[in-house]
Write a protein that binds this ligand. Sequence first.
Ligand code: PLP
Length: 392
Amino acid sequence: MKEIIYLDNNASTKIKEHVWEEMLPYLKDNYANASSLYHRMGREANAAIETSRKQLASALNCQPKEIFFNSGATEAINTVLTGIFKNYQNKGKHIISVKTEHKAVLETLKQLEYAGAEVSYLDVDAQGAINLEALEKSIRADTILLCVMAANNETGMIHPLKEISQICQNKALLFFCDATQYIGKNKLDLADIPIDMVCLSAHKFHGPKGIGALFIRRKSKPIQVTPLIIGGGQEHGFRAGTYPVANIVGLAAAISSFSFEEQEKVRYLRGLLEKSLLQLDAVYIHAHQSNRLSNTSAICFRHILASEIMSNCPTLALSSGSACVSGMRDPSHVLLAMGVSEADAKSTIRFSLSSFSTEKEIQLAVSMITKVVQKLRDQSPIWQLFQAGLIT
Ligand code: PLP
């Protein structure tokens, strides 16, 4: 079988070798329950968790007691949104979010709307950016939470977190940030940027799947989030369930290995990819003018279906960035919110690189995509019409 060129790293990433090595002892040798403090194995497992918590806190420049381990971003999002709504309803039922958030946020907010929440979904411009004045204007006396992601999973567009958190501070509004795609590709300094709650998932930055963390800032007036999962009292009663020690150790190892040099290499490779693919006719990059993640490029190949390109490139692991519901490909809600036409949204492929990507792989991917795009367009009556100037 031909080797796959993996360019779907915003979906999930390969575990780094040193991360495996640090996890292995807690899968093979020390399999104790980290809450069994009566014996040495349990105490050692527990110590590994607390060391991991300190490592993660140091990476985020926050306090270890502000970190709660869980199964990943989806759980954190559900916990925060439902927990805040439950506890702050007496103040108000209004939540502000953005049309381009991940489905984990949008679907949870939809459930809250059924339960009586009033949600304002901010518009974005053609680059995927929100208007900060519009954000400020949308804050009301009964607004209890702002939920804005750090970086978009489809386009890589990065929101101005410092400015947004400043607005929230001025208005004494809680700010929850889904930083699932941002953390691991950028440093997030929580001492510098006063976000109240942040979530992350280890599998997005070369750690294992099924493990993540939620940061909740310690404030003089504590933030009230009700636990979603209760039981054995782990995480000080905030998140019950036997600790997946190896996964927690893996998360900490993965985040600690963040390097600016790696990200610069990824940015360079993405530049090569974009420069080469932009040579093709009627190709453009979404959110091209915005501050973007170093690894992400959502490229529209006009007048061909992304699904057709991908099925003609079986050795490339790519993504259309759109949800696949019961076999139907919906156009991406993110691109539609940016004003992209349905046809262009369906012609868009997301390339997401990682530090494992190589120049050779990028060259091969470009050459495959170029050939397939040319072949499909040669066969396409719509392309002929476009070339003849009969459609735009
Ligand atoms: N938020 C964003 C921006 C994501 O990209 C993802 C995963 O794709 C999630 C949340 C959900 O993460 P997980 O599936 O790890 O819970």
